[in-house]
Design a protein around this ligand. Structure first.
Ligand code: AMP
Ligand code: MG
Length: 483
């Protein structure tokens, strides 16, 4: 493949298989998963390897060949057992007890260079006891889309899973939402955890208080070090965990909103217990600022629309109180959840001010700027990501001296005027050094490459029509370079 470091397969030990895999979840016993085997695929063509992640695994990309990737993450040789995780979930508000990893499994768990535990989870690796009537496969387009989403979100500062690899597998799949037959793939995802809200919902369904507590202990120990203090009584530890989860999810919702991201399917089986964003199916970056924008074609009533995300996250946290009430005082959970809105708004405001070039602004000034910015984005229907990219590109310290220079070419100018006046007013109070700092802050927070659907479709078109992967690699390069 084009972005690989090493062309051909030497018969060397495979560094991906030799990683120090920890049986963290496996050691909890088999109540939480089913052991499964991977499908055998007719072909294995490595389409993407995320070399940017390898140093986090203590690996030098130069020592890992494409062949190593294929062997480990296409043919799934070595490192068993593979665990299809059991979970239920609320899908569009309806409880579904027939979920679980139906096309993926936990390949293994490793400790990153940062000392934290990470999952390698597959998607598209074959049927499991949870597949129901489905094929256990991932379309190549679905894989391409998830790779792109994760890298773009990471660049935008969202706490997200990423993709380690994407292997095309040479099968023909039939899907209602893609011209079919369509090509197949298997992906390996790198994330903090694949334990979901729905993992706890399932245990609650079976009235297994013991398993809920055991899993909570595990989650706290591995993913909530700040509340893992063993000298604190378990009851209090669990309550502190829930409060921290509320904070993390509120921050995640704010990160999505500031990034202009609509996840699309915020069912409770797609909510990670670590508060990390993952599982990108029919997502979209909003073309323009529009709270009612819904990403999934089957989201008829806009339940998971862009603007509903904070509210839905809060609702999902509230529903999780049912399962957790086996271990945590409901009144304490209510009190923790009451903090959600403040945390969400404070984070959203901070992130938006950053995108506008500021570290912080006095309370009222910040609120005014945020209000006028959203008004402008809504009324002008300028591209959401483009607005911030243009701000980054056009910003100049000279804006402080002449208001007419601020987005000087904007049409119609009347729409911009209130925003321009306020922005100018704020710049008046800044020193030269602060203006310089603004320029670099704008670069940090506003990528020029905006992953709207036409961008993804163009990349996919080249792959589908002429098997040309260059636009995909070029796009990823731009995203990863921070352009
Ligand atoms: P998702 O909408 O991708 O979060 O998936 C919801 C549920 O459907 C999960 O239990 C998946 O494992 C399962 N699922 C989705 N697509 C497939 C498929 N092609 N084969 C088997 N199970 C699937
Ligand atoms: Mg899912």
């Amino acid at each position: 493949m084009t972005n690989a470091c090493n062309p051909t397969p030497p018969n060397s030990p495979n560094p991906l298989r030799l990683l120090d895999y920890e049986p963290a979840l496996e050691s909890l016993g088999d109540d939480y998963f089913d052991e499964v085997a991977a499908a055998e695929f007719p072909e294995h063509i490595l389409r993407w390897r995320n070399d940017a992640l390898l140093p986090q695994l203590g690996l030098d990309p130069k020592t890992v060949t494409d062949h190593h990737f294929i062997e480990a993450f296409g043919k799934f040789q070595g490192v068993r057992p593979f665990l299809a995780l059991r979970y239920h979930g609320y899908q569009f508000g309806e409880y579904n007890p027939y979920l679980g990893d139906g096309r993926g499994f936990l390949y293994g768990q490793v400790r990153g260079a940062d000392g934290q535990l990470y999952d390698f989870g597959t998607k598209g690796s074959g049927r499991t006891p949870h597949s129901r009537s489905a094929d256990g496969r991932l379309t190549l387009k679905g894989g391409v889309r998830e790779v792109l989403a994760a890298e773009a979100l990471h660049r935008l500062g969202v706490r997200t899973s990423r993709c380690l690899s994407l292997v095309e597998t040479g099968e023909q799949l039939w899907r209602g939402d893609e011209p079919s037959p369509t090509r197949s793939s298997v992906m390996v995802r790198f994330s903090r955890s694949h334990i979901r809200f729905g993992t706890f919902e399932r245990l609650h369904f079976f009235r297994r208080k013991d398993l809920i507590e055991k899993l909570l202990d595990h989650v706290i120990e591995q993913y909530y070090p700040a509340v893992a203090d063993k000298s604190v009584a378990p009851q209090d530890r669990y309550a502190l965990f829930y409060a921290e989860l509320v904070r993390r999810v509120a921050e995640l919702a704010a990160q999505w909103m500031a990034a202009g991201f609509c996840h699309g399917v915020l069912n409770t089986d797609n909510m990670s217990i670590t508060g990390e964003s993952f599982d990108y199916g029919p997502y979209a970056f909003v073309p323009t600022y529009s709270p009612t924008f819904a990403a999934a074609y089957f989201d008829y009533y806009g339940r998971y629309s862009y603007g509903n995300q904070p509210g839905i996250c809060r609702l999902n946290l509230e529903m999780l109180q049912g399962p957790l009430s086996a271990a945590i005082d409901p009144a304490e959970m209510e009190a923790a959840l009451a903090q959600f809105d403040d945390r969400y708004h404070a984070t959203y405001r901070q992130l938006m001010l950053n995108r506008l070039g500021f570290a912080e602004l006095p309370a009222e000034l910040g609120s005014d700027l945020l209000r006028l910015t959203l008004q402008l984005l809504k009324d002008s229907q300028v591209g959401y990501g483009d607005f911030f990219a243009e701000l980054r590109k056009q910003f100049s310290p000279a804006w402080r001296d002449d208001a007419s220079l601020i987005f000087s070419a904007a049409e119609p100018a009347e729409l911009l005027q209130p925003w321009r006046e306020l922005y100018y007013h704020i710049l008046q109070g800044l020193s030269n050094a602060e203006l310089e700092e603004m320029a670099s802050r704008l670069r940090r927070h506003n990528p020029i490459t905006v992953l709207v659907r036409p961008e993804i479709e163009a990349v996919w078109e080249a792959i589908a029509v002429e098997d040309n992967w260059q636009p995909f690699y070029d796009l990823l390069k731009r995203i990863q370079a921070g352009d």
